[in-house]
Write a protein that binds this ligand. Structure first.
Ligand code: HEM
Length: 222
């Protein structure tokens, strides 16, 4: 494939992926009949939902997806995977703190008190799921940044990364559906389709088809 043609295909793939994983939730938010709230609170929710949906797409734009590898070439695909991953993990890392941000501008309890109350509400299944997902995300993020320092072969690290990611995305989806004020029927179905599709793709290609054994995918340099 010529360079120009390749650039066009890569650009098309990235655009279509973003349109699907960011455009669909945005469309549901625009068409949905949600109660009016302060604009900054809505913006915080939108950022959070977009970060979550794009994270569910991480499996799709990883090397388990042959179509993505063909469209983007492994190196570009890994760059896209890393950039989206670190940005979205960063946003969701801040998500519990962003939730209490409005407390700075409203009367009543302080942001610190609100955060403490939120994080100690163990009677809420949704909060416990959120805390578990947050901790899993922290482990995934740190073991990705310090991958080369870990005493793990690349193949084992990938298996570990894939399994933790599946667990994380399932717990995170359950949490978002349980607690999210925008998680009506349409949004919940979208979360389940994104997550379910990714998990099935990963399990089929990576584990059932034994892709980890293929030497060309055990590239330590990317
Ligand atoms: C300490 C950990 C966490 C806590 C305490 C927490 C708390 C909450 C709360 C209270 C809500 C409802 C807020 C609202 O609808 O306005 C919420 C919604 C949400 N959370 Fe979390 N969360 C945590 C971690 C996570 C993680 C790791 C993810 C990503 C997987 C996540 C994704 C979401 C999503 C997508 C929503 C839906 C937002 C909406 O519908 O507007 N949360 N979370």
């Amino acid at each position: 494939m010529g360079l120009k043609m390749m650039r066009k295909t890569s650009y098309g793939f990235v655009m279509r992926s973003l349109l699907l994983y960011a455009g669909m939730p945005l469309l549901i938010l625009i068409l949905g009949n949600y109660p009016d709230r302060a604009l900054y609170k809505e913006i915080i929710s939108v950022i959070n939902i977009l970060a979550f949906c794009l994270l569910t797409g991480q499996i799709y734009w990883s090397r388990v997806n042959d179509f993505a590898v063909e469209s983007l070439r492994a190196r570009n695909l890994i760059s896209l995977h890393n950039i989206v991953g670190y940005i979205c993990v960063g946003v969701l890392f801040l998500h519990p703190f962003l939730l209490v941000l409005p407390r700075f501008f409203e009367k009543g309890i302080s942001p610190g008190e609100a955060l403490f109350t939120l994080l100690s509400t163990f009677s809420s299944k949704g909060v416990v799921l959120g805390i578990i997902a947050w901790l899993l995300m922290l482990v995934i993020g740190t073991t990705s940044v310090f991958r080369r320092k870990l005493p793990l072969r690349y193949k084992d690290w990938r298996a570990f990364h894939g399994l933790l990611s599946v667990l994380f995305i399932i717990v995170g989806t359950w949490h978002a559906i349980d607690l999210g004020r925008h998680a009506g029927v349409a949004m919940s179905c979208l979360f389940i389709i994104f997550t379910g599709g990714g998990v099935v793709l990963l399990l089929i290609t990576e584990y059932a088809a034994g892709k980890l054994k293929k030497p060309e995918l055990n590239n330590e340099s990317c």
